[in-house]
Design a protein around this ligand. Structure first.
Ligand code: AMP
Length: 332
């Protein structure tokens, strides 16, 4: 957890000395700050060594704020948490008239996940995958108001299938989310949003800790004993077609259990389609987490417009929530 190696690495990258304080508050921090000359850089030890950080403790925030005149937050990935380092410190500083600003990365995150998606160039295609409907239903609900097409993959497709009355075998599902999934389907229909679910799937059996080689299931129902592990080739082609026409793309969540190369083709097909559409002029925004991992794995990371560094933070922001770490800044 120590940031000591980070100080070394930072110093190499910026080709300047970076001093390091073994604690972020108290005597060690105070004397390290006192020793700084104008223009010098100091990295404080990880704030998470103190339980007071996550408690957003006032006294701890005061001690941290005492060290500085100006606060810049570039940790978008932590901005959904109201901790001392994200909220307490800028608040303390602002009571003494000090400014709190967004860093350049934070600014880009807010620009792409915020402004670009508030008024997207059309067609706007949203691709959502991953494990759970419950994690992403608020994002779906909000984006239904803006999207032209929503493509669903990953295990969450099976909860939508279940809601539609199909059987899903032993696939990962959330049976208590079917009503909510059905309301999203109804809302899509009422708003004229194209809402696509997989028409074929790769299925496999998980026995004694290992997966069998997958087969393609072209029926709407998944047989008992089988689990859906990826979207099938026909679905991949259909999704790639929809992506090709897009002018704005938002992608969050893999299409299958992409960690196993046998179940990664659906996710890779989407990654290639997103990269190609970007090359043809679309704005593509990748909502953090596993989709970023998949793009990195496929070597296509530099072929998309923007990859978010936030997992939870990007989802909460896309839900339309105000992030406490952004709200606490005086200059956003
Ligand atoms: P999330 O964090 O919600 O984006 O979920 C990512 C995880 O969902 C990855 O670890 C995938 O392996 C998993 N996942 C995607 N599709 C499936 C599936 N069909 N069955 C089980 N897990 C899946």
């Amino acid at each position: 957890m120590s940031l000591k190696p980070v100080a070394k690495k930072l110093s190499k990258i910026i080709e300047q000395p970076v001093a390091f304080a073994s604690d972020c508050v108290g005597e060690a921090a105070a004397s390290a700050v006192d020793n700084l000359k104008d223009g010098e850089i100091l990295l404080l030890e990880n704030v998470r060594y103190h339980a007071a950080e996550e408690m957003n403790d006032k006294d701890f925030s005061k001690q941290l704020a005492k060290l500085a005149d100006v606060y810049v937050n570039d940790a978008f990935g932590a901005a959904h948490r109201a901790h001392a380092s994200t909220v307490g410190v800028p608040q303390e500083l602002s009571t003494r008239g000090g400014q709190g600003a967004a860093g350049l990365l934070m600014e880009r995150e807010l620009q792409f996940l915020g402004e670009e998606l508030d008024d997207p160039s059309k067609p706007f295609v949203v691709i959502l995958g991953g494990a759970k409907v419950s994690d992403k239903i608020k994002v779906i609900d909000r984006l239904l108001e803006k999207a032209d097409t929503i493509l669903i993959g990953g295990a969450m497709a099976y909860t939508f299938k279940l809601a539609g009355g199909f059987s899903v075998g032993d696939s990962l599902v959330e049976p208590d989310m079917t009503d909510i999934a059905q309301s999203a389907l109804d809302k899509a229909e009422a708003l004229g949003v194209e809402f696509l679910l997989p028409s074929d799937n790769l299925i496999s059996q998980h026995k004694n800790g290992t997966w069998a080689d997958p087969t393609v299931n072209t029926g709407n129902d998944i047989p008992d004993g089988d689990e859906g592990v990826d979207i099938g080739p026909a679905t991949g082609a259909r999704y790639a077609n929809a992506i090709a026409d897009a002018k704005t793309i938002l992608w969050n969540g893999p299409m299958g259990i992409f960690e196993d190369p046998r179940f990664a083709e659906g996710t890779l097909t989407v990654a290639r389609a997103v990269a190609a559409a970007t090359g043809a002029g679309a704005n593509s925004i990748i909502g953090g987490g596993d989709s970023v991992k998949a793009l990195n794995q496929s070597g296509l990371a530099d072929k998309v417009t923007f990859m978010s560094t936030g997992g939870g933070a990007s989802l909460e922001f896309l839900e339309g929530k105000e992030l406490p770490g952004v709200a606490a800044l005086t200059d956003r």
